[in-house]
Design a protein around this ligand. Structure first.
Ligand code: COA
Length: 198
């Protein structure tokens, strides 16, 4: 059991999951627009199982795919954070930054704001040397977040998680190393207090 890292940005809080997150998370996982670039939307049971997994990982490591809360409203809006992907990817072993938000919270810069803070935690608190991100090549909205984060494109690979020939199988890979991150103007920005661990 590690100390759980939780932190704030200007508009958001990234924290361990709560029981009350399960219903809004199931709603976003059932949304065909949110899940357009995944094999299928998730059932309530699949969504709850994902909450169980990510909660356990944060308990175990102290970091992971954090639940994201809008500070002004207290609303749960989705997840952003760091994860260790399956071992058979071209980037493996690697740590990935990822995101999934409810559509009502797209177009506000929230994914970018939360992901910048997650990178800050990854590089400054956890001590990672590199963080990657990848998405279905068709998922331009997600790729745009990687580009806005200042990540570097590193080609396309076939994601073994998807069936051969599936249109979502080609994935774009992006990388960011610690040196490029720390010399950019982005660095920790307004990640507050950061690392107030609980
Ligand atoms: C991928 C995803 C997180 C991107 O969300 P997003 O809101 O588009 O991303 P950002 O946080 O970077 O916001 C950028 C948008 O906010 C706008 N914006 C508004 N205020 C802003 C601010 N203060 N700062 C930055 N951008 C701001 C930008 O202009 C941009 O708008 P645009 O979409 O019209 O170009 C979201 O589409 C999603 O959850 N998709 C479904 C799940 C998914 O595909 N996950 C990735 C799997 S690999």
């Amino acid at each position: 059991m590690a100390q759980c890292i939780e932190f704030d940005t200007e508009r958001l809080r990234l924290r361990q999951w709560r029981e009350s997150d399960r219903a809004p998370f199931a709603a976003l996982n059932a949304d065909v627009g949110v899940m357009e670039f995944f094999l299928s939307p998730l059932s309530r049971a699949e969504s709850d199982a994902m909450v169980d997994r990510v909660t356990a990982v944060i308990d175990e490591r102290g970091w992971g795919l954090w639940a994201v809360e809008e500070r002004a409203s207290g609303n749960f809006i989705g997840f952003v954070g760091l994860s260790i992907p399956r071992p058979d990817l071209p980037c493996s072993p690697c740590v990935e930054v990822g995101w999934r938000l409810a559509p009502a919270f797209w177009g506000k810069g929230y994914a970018l704001e939360a992901a910048r803070a997650a990178l800050c935690v990854g590089f400054e608190r956890i001590g990672l040397q590199e963080i990657v991100s990848f998405t279905a090549a068709l998922n331009l909205r997600s790729e745009a977040v990687m580009q806005r984060l200042g990540m570097r494109a590193d080609g396309v690979f076939e994601n073994p998680a998807l069936p051969e020939g599936h249109p979502l199988r080609p994935h774009k890979l992006y990388r960011l190393d610690r040196t490029s991150w720390s010399t950019s103007s982005r660095s920790c920005g307004n990640t507050f207090d950061t690392f107030a661990s609980r």
